[in-house]
Design a protein around this ligand. Structure first.
Ligand SMILES: Cc1ncc(C[n+]2csc(CCOP(=O)(O)OP(=O)(O)O)c2C)c(N)n1
Ligand SMILES: [Mg+2]
Length: 402
């Protein structure tokens, strides 16, 4: 079972949703308010996010569909990997779906997002498609990063998604840089767009994260340091790799919020609170998502040598984020069990169709190997960089004729 220092939010079974406005809930009303009491713990705040969450039928159905698509996509990737259609690294996100979905729900598309190698579903939400993500894993030219990035390096500048990073923790200072840009470009008197940097519990004790946090706090940057605490860094539990397990307090003077990351309504409310706080010039914030990954760290890890099957089963049975959203839908009278089943069936078919499409795509042309390596302004004979920026000596840098 869970280790001694695992805390109450992890141990707590996700409670069945409680209707605050129960009157006429099965009638025509298209929005409902859920009680999410107990989903938050705060650090350096006098009060936390709202303990109720109001969602419309459309919103909740969309959250369910998004999360179920993510789950099916990741399970399909597992199968395709085992069939040897996907090679190399592959880190799956199943179990953590409520985190990405709730963040997306609370942020604007102009807000910047950067994350670790566990990035398939973020790519899906930031302009990607199932075919684009799976195609990327197949190494196909129409994949989200042209078949050249693979599992860890999905990216879409157009949709303010800045990767997909293989070096643990390296994305966090990039997030602080994005937050700096948002502050620099902010319109006076208006809330700023924000940046969020997601990283794992295993990354959280890195020095570069503290350096980024220190500068963000000195400069009041609109930066959210978001720890996805899935309780393991590869095969090492938080008890063994961290001397502090209250990750939301790690910013010291920087305020923090711990959120039940298996409850998409709590993640959404908590993230609205975080966006509001950092976007209004109060400086950065730490957010800890209490979550769990069902798969092993990557495809080479069966995920059962350092934790027991009972722990995984307990989480699946009592805290599964998709089962939670399904019970919310039924409690609110938004969907019947039958309609949920039909939706799942439709999504399973859609995912299969997308995978089939991706399989038919071509692999990249050979010359793609040398494309997208340098920013345009670094390409020889295209010196669009300002004169005060010291550029590499192209004659010495390039080993081949371009
Ligand atoms: C600087 C660095 N050190 C080590 C590794 C090897 N490594 C890859 S993932 C990982 C564990 C990270 O765990 P966590 O931050 O909790 O993220 P999770 O995989 O749980 O999402 C390690 C040690 C790496 N990629 N980069
Ligand atoms: Mg982890």
């Amino acid at each position: 079972m869970f280790s001694s220092r695992s805390n109450t939010i992890l141990r707590r079974v996700v409670s069945k949703p409680t209707m605050v406005r129960s009157a006429s809930r099965r009638a025509m009303s298209t929005s409902h308010t859920f009680d999410i009491t107990g989903s938050f713990e705060i650090h350096n705040f006098e009060s936390g996010p709202s303990e109720t969450a109001e969602v419309s039928k459309d919103q909740l159905v969309a959250m369910f569909e998004t999360m179920y698509t993510m789950r099916r996509m990741e399970i399909t990737c597992d199968n395709e990997y085992k069939a040897r259609n996907i090679r190399g690294f592959c880190h799956l996100y199943d179990g953590q779906e409520a985190v990405a979905t709730g963040i997306q729900e609370a942020l604007d598309k102009e807000d910047s997002w950067v994350t670790s190698y566990r990035c398939h579903v973020l790519s899906l939400m930031r302009g990607g498609s199932v075919a684009g993500v799976v195609g990327e894993l197949f190494g196909k030219a129409n994949g989200v990063t042209k078949g050249k990035g693979g599992s860890m390096h999905m990216y879409s500048k157009e949709h303010n998604f800045f990767g997909g990073h293989g070096i643990v923790g390296a994305q966090v200072p990039i997030g602080a840089g994005l937050a700096f840009a948002h502050k620099y470009n902010a319109k006076p008197g208006q809330p700023m767009n924000v940046a969020i940097g997601c990283y794992g519990d295993g990354a959280a004790n890195q020095g570069q994260i503290w350096e980024a946090a220190n500068m963000s706090n000195l400069w009041d940057l609109p930066m959210i340091f978001c720890i996805e605490n899935n309780h393991y860094g590869m095969g090492t539990s938080i008890d063994r790799h961290s001397s502090i397990s209250d990750y939301y307090k790690m910013g010291n003077a920087i305020p923090g919020l711990r959120i039940d990351g298996m409850n998409v309504l709590a993640v959404t409310e908590g993230m609205k609170f975080a966006k509001d706080y950092v976007g209004n010039g109060n400086g950065p914030m730490y957010v800890e998502m209490m979550t769990y990954r069902y798969h092993g760290h990557s495809m080479s890890d069966p995920g059962t040598t350092y934790r027991n099957r009972e722990e995984i089963e307990f989480t699946r049975t009592n805290r599964d984020p998709i089962e939670h959203v399904k019970s919310c839908l039924q409690e609110a009278g938004f969907m019947t069990a039958e309609e949920i089943k039909e939706t799942e069936k439709r999504i399973r078919k859609e995912v299969q169709k997308e995978v089939k499409k991706a399989k038919e795509w071509a692999v990249p042309e050979a010359n793609e190997v040398v494309e997208d390596i340098y920013a345009k302004s670094l390409t020889p004979h295209d010196s669009t960089h300002p004169p005060f920026v010291r550029m590499p000596d192209m004659a010495k840098s390039f080993k081949f004729d371009v």
